[in-house]
Design a protein around this ligand. Structure first.
Ligand code: GLY
Ligand code: MN
Ligand code: MN
Length: 468
């Protein structure tokens, strides 16, 4: 593990800096130089008809300004006084026997980068106090994230418009602490992917390898997964967000072993996500067709990475990846025609139907991407990041080529489009399923810093599967 990451993470999560940044953004957006920022943690929610709590996931915008993972907490930031106060649940004597003692205010003050810690019983009194003070006439909050027991009545003005936007825009640019968290999530996830490669040769079912991945993540410090992991063998890899993860590696219909397993999985480290995809040859050696597709996708990624630096239009990087895919598929004889005509007609969308990548942070599909799911051009419709790359943003670079019958067959059956695809050549590729290669990179001035250390070269992966 990276020593500098350990050093950075030995300090506190920089909640106060984030609060200042958010206040500055509120000002830039023209909403004044004073007021109270008000945020609530996620509540403890019970499973329906049951006395157990649902799995807990902290609200990201609350965490960003508090660094506090506790449910049922609150936060205020007095912009003018520059005072950040966290409110945590007090002792509930009925629940101590079941849940143990809660964190005390003194303990919380040592852990979190806030100016004061109080009890949640004090939130309304504290708001009223701020209101009577100079500059405290306005409260900024997020719609539908204010509990019924909270009153803003003493305030002259309640602004529900700007806070979410300000926090979510600030979240795009990561500071060194956040980069360290993302690096750690990637380091741990690399161990988990590598453990999967090593176990793939002898495993029988997708579920077994998902178990290896999660166990390795948990062992090394990622208690949660960033998202539902995708373990898709054979043709299931053509389903982009395959969730079943329970199929055998031997095809039930044919009795043949499936060729590849697509693994899209990442551990979450202290609320920060890794999002990594690799493809594993289940026999220990990529079939010739699988290797051809793998090499094209790797070239799509290498070529995309070479374009990355702050200010670059993500649409240009995405378009370039399409062009690399077109050239590669033309080379294999799957596509027919000229590169330009295939690009203009959007034929590569049949094989690469999703966007090249998205911002990454506390959410896997992180804030600030400004997608346009109404875009008339199918090449860009699912591009979750639009516009120019932000300096200090973290982005996934995840090109892919898939052989999905549901998507490709309409092209083959179209009188206009069938001429662009050679159905005979394509026949040899259906069993490849799909190949996606996904890394997480920090956007820098002149380029990028790749956080993903999971092996990626086909020979490296083959060796690990073979136990070498
Ligand atoms: N794992 C989801 C994605 O790559 O976007
Ligand atoms: Mn992914
Ligand atoms: Mn992704």
């Amino acid at each position: 593990m990276d020593a500098s990451v350990d050093e950075i993470l030995a300090g506190k999560y920089p909640a106060k800096d984030h609060a200042k940044r958010v206040a500055a953004r509120i000002q830039e957006l023209g909403h004044g130089q004073s007021g109270i920022v008000y945020l609530e943690a996620q509540k403890t929610r019970m499973i329906e008809d049951n006395d157990e709590a649902m799995p807990f996931r902290q609200r990201r915008n609350f965490f960003y300004l508090s660094g506090c993972p506790l449910p049922d907490s609150y936060l205020t930031y007095d912009i003018e006084r520059d005072e950040l106060t966290l409110y945590i649940p007090p002792i509930d004597s009925d629940s101590v026997i079941w849940s143990g003692l809660p964190l005390s205010a003194d303990e919380a003050l040592k852990l979190y980068d806030v100016d004061a810690v109080r009890s949640t019983a004090d939130v309304n009194a504290s708001l009223a106090h701020y209101c009577s003070a100079k500059g405290g006439k306005k409260v900024f909050a997020i719609p539908d994230q204010v509990a019924e027991n909270i009153t803003f009545l003493p305030f002259q003005e309640t602004d529900f418009n700007v806070l979410r936007q300000a926090v979510e825009e600030c979240r795009v640019v990561k500071d060194s602490y956040e980069i360290a968290l993302l690096r750690r999530a990637n380091e741990i996830s690399a161990k988990a992917h590598t453990a999967v490669f090593k176990a793939a040769g002898s495993a029988q079912n997708e579920r077994e390898l998902e178990a290896v991945f999660i166990a390795t993540c948990m062992t090394h410090g990622c208690r949660e997964q960033s998202y539902h992991p995708i373990f898709a063998a054979g043709t299931s890899a053509a389903t982009l967000h395959y969730q079943k993860n329970d199929e055998d590696f031997v095809d039930r219909a044919t009795g043949a072993k499936k060729l590849n397993l697509l693994v899209d999985a990442g551990g979450e480290y202290r609320n920060y996500c890794a999002d990594i995809t690799r493809v594993v040859p289940l026999s220990g050696k990529f079939s010739p067709e699988s290797r051809q597709i793998y090499d094209i996708v790797l070239e799509m990624q290498t070529s995309s990475l070479a374009m990355i630096k702050s200010g670059v239009a993500w649409e240009d990087v995405h378009s370039n990846a399409h062009r690399v895919a077109i050239r590669g598929l033309l080379g294999l004889g799957i596509l027919r025609g000229t590169e330009q005509e295939l690009f203009d007609k959007g034929i590569s969308v049949a094989f690469f139907p999703h966007g090249l990548g998205h911002y990454l942070g506390m959410d896997t599909h992180d804030t600030g991407g400004n997608p346009n799911y109404e875009d008339k051009d199918p090449k860009f419709r699912y591009l979750r990041l639009r516009g120019n790359l932000a300096l200090g943003g973290v982005v996934t670079v995840e090109p892919g080529i898939y052989f999905c019958q549901f998507i490709i067959k309409p092209y083959l059956n179209s009188s206009d489009l069938s001429k662009y695809i050679d159905a005979g050549v394509l026949e040899r590729y259906w069993n490849v399923g799909g190949v996606r290669i996904e890394d997480n990179v920090v956007v820098t001035d002149g380029g990028y810093d790749n956080l993903t250390t999971t092996p990626k070269l086909p020979e490296e992966i083959e060796k690990l599967v073979q136990g070498k």
